[in-house]
Ligand binder design. Structure first.
Ligand SMILES: Cc1ncc(COP(=O)(O)O)c(C=O)c1O
Length: 607
């Protein structure tokens, strides 16, 4: 519990919060797919704008959080689970008509020639395209890894940042640049500024872990810690850009950033000697995939460009599906590099013209791909960095693709070390090498032994047994197995009247109940919620101030996930008449949460 700090809150939460309830998995959504796109994209925006010149000296401030995010144009808000389809399925394929009358788009030549003449190699390397031999053998395809995790700041982001900055006129560069990011973009801008000898200010939310802002500061940039959320940091950066005449460097939605990222596609085309079936690209705001598509669809239109997003961070899939940019109500933060609520305007218009669709993958599958990469190259990718690999594998399996060349961008390696614990736990589940099960036994002599006999030769990796007055429940995990071995074991158990449940798909079980199981009690009026606590000092005290001592906390289980926060399962005793007030307070707390009272696995394991 190293990340659970008890000091009082230091900043006021300004974030808007919504209460969420669990919604079931929505079945496959099939979108219509047209043939190869007509290429109609072009550099449609000017380079960055500037005003008065004032360059500040280097400083590291924590600016108090009174800075509210600037209002943006209203956008349709949609929940991530309104568009879900099986992992590996190529969904959200944009419908393209020949004449949509979109006059903003001119031609793709601008992108192509700009990518070809991009200056990124002053700072970035031409990353290798390496064959993943073990994975290729397993999948029956040649899986190629585009190693962007080997870049100087361990991600591709410096390509776009440098390309935009290197194009700025000298006087503009002298006024300095500014950006808002707590992630890879910040490092890209900082390193680019160092190379170009210009002043850079990076605005980051106050919640940014020390290790992150220190590494940016070490590159010579000025770090300003401001606001609780990315939106607030961005609003600050844009305002300061205007005030000081600095150039704002956006993380994805600018032609010069897209052009810089497009050099990844140019290199793949040059490096790949044989015909390529598809390139899998992780999607956050869409800068990387837009750049790659803008180049590759021009020179090799037969190559599929496929985006990959986590199930709970599917802003591009949803936008393509709706035919317009939409905003996610909330976004999953596990793959923090792609945790974007709204994709870019320019990136979206390129994607709807050029990409072939989006594959969605689970948190478990991302973890499994991090493990694959480790076994393959002894490198540890961050979750967003492994996303494309997970998508490539899921797609090949879903469509039974064989003997094709498939490329996946391994886009970053800035892994938070604390997150590795979650990754190692889920990796085998994600590769279907581990299943989590529960079996109910009658509480009578010999039943435990009988159960063990039935399990037979399966490799047990976790085992918990707890009895109550009339029954006992065993929660256990079985290691490497085939689907048929697992099914046969379940049949053996069920034919002996031992009810068996496969809990592998339940995040509630994997994050909490497998650790709590055994601590049974029948607590009256218990409201059960899963919260995501932000990773910052005082998060727990703020939570307790909201509910305690008004209501009794009957259960508390905390699982840190690194800087993306912690998964917390909480039981609170609330009488029926006070439920509305409880919900109101939970909403105003400002942490994401979901009510899980009716979860049947909770009933099974905890009652
Ligand atoms: C490691 C990594 N992969 C993928 C992405 C997504 O890139 P984009 O926002 O251009 O879609 C990011 C964005 O920061 C990233 O850091």
């Amino acid at each position: 519990m190293e990340a659970l700090r008890l000091s009082p809150p230091q900043t006021l939460l300004l974030r808007h919060k919504d209460r969420v309830t669990q919604t079931p998995f929505v079945g496959s959504h099939i979108t219509k797919k047209c043939n190869l796109p007509l290429i109609r994209v072009a550099v449609s925006k000017p380079t960055a704008e500037i005003s008065s010149p004032t360059v500040t000296s280097r400083e590291t401030d924590v600016v108090s959080s009174s800075f509210a995010a600037a209002p943006s144009a209203p956008r349709k808000k949609v929940p991530a689970n309104s568009l879900q389809y099986p992992s590996g399925y190529l969904g959200a394929a944009p419908e393209r008509s020949v004449d949509e009358g979109n006059h903003d788009v001119i031609n793709a030549m601008g992108y192509l020639t700009n990518i070809l003449s991009s200056k990124v190699y002053d700072v970035a390397i031409e990353s290798p395209l390496q064959l993943a031999t073990k994975l290729s053998e397993r999948l029956g395809n040649q899986i190629w890894l585009k190693r962007e995790d080997l870049q100087p700041v361990f991600s591709f982001k410096l390509r776009g940042a440098y390309n935009m900055m290197a194009k700025l006129p000298k006087e503009q560069l002298e006024r300095g640049v500014i950006c808002s990011s707590a992630g890879n973009h910040a490092q890209g801008v900082a390193l680019s500024a160092k190379r170009l000898g210009c002043n850079a200010v990076i605005a980051m939310p106050v919640t940014t872990p020390e290790i992150k802002w220190q590494s940016v500061e070490r590159l010579g940039a000025t770090v300003v810690l401001i606001g609780d959320s990315y939106d607030e940091a961005q609003a600050y950066a844009k305002k300061r850009a205007k005030e000081e005449g600095r150039t704002f460097i956006p993380p994805f939605d600018h032609p010069d950033v897209i052009i810089g990222q497009g050099t990844v596609g140019m290199e793949i085309v040059r490096q790949m000697q044989s015909p390529l079936h598809a390139i899998f690209v992780p999607v956050g705001g869409g800068g990387l995939i837009a750049g790659i598509a803008a180049y590759v669809k021009r020179v090799s239109p037969e190559v599929k460009i496929i985006g990959v997003e986590p199930f709970d961070a599917n802003a591009m899939a949803l936008s393509l599906h709706h035919g317009e940019r939409v905003m996610l109500e909330k976004v999953g933060g596990f793959a923090d590099g792609v945790a974007v609520k709204e994709v870019g305007e320019e990136t979206f218009s390129i994607c709807r013209e050029l990409v072939d669709g989006v594959v969605l993958v689970s948190r478990d599958a991302i973890c499994a791909s991090i493990k694959d990469m480790f076994e393959e190259k002894r490198s540890i990718l961050e979750p967003a960095g492994a996303l494309a690999l997970a998508g490539a594998e899921a797609y090949c399996k879903y469509y039974g693709i064989k003997e094709k060349n498939v490329a996946a961008i391994t886009s970053g390696a800035n892994m938070n070390f604390d997150k590795l614990r979650v990754v190692t736990e889920l990796a085998n589940v994600g590769r279907q090498q581990e299943a989590v099960l529960a079996t109910v036994l009658p509480e009578e002599p010999g039943s435990f032994k009988q159960f063990c006999e039935m399990v037979g030769p399966m490799n047990i990796t976790e085992f918990k047994y707890r009895c109550t007055a009339d029954k006992a429940v065993v929660l256990y995990s079985v290691g490497v197995h085939t689907v048929s071995e697992l099914e046969a074991m379940k049949q053996r158990l069920e034919s002996s009247q031992l009810r068996t449940y496969n809990l592998t798909a339940s995040d509630l079980v994997k994050d909490h109940l497998r650790y709590l199981m055994g601590g049974r009690s029948d607590v009256e009026n218990e409201v059960l919620c899963r919260f995501i606590f932000p990773e910052r000092p005082g998060a727990l005290m703020k939570f307790l101030d909201t509910f305690s001592p008004r209501w009794n906390i009957s259960l508390f289980h905390y699982r840190g996930q690194g800087e993306t926060g912690a998964n917390v399962l909480v039981g609170v005793q609330v009488s029926k008449s006070e439920e509305d007030e409880f919900i109101h307070r939970a909403d105003s707390l400002g942490y994401e949460y979901v009510l899980v009272n009716d979860d049947e696995n909770f009933q099974l394991l905890m009652h």
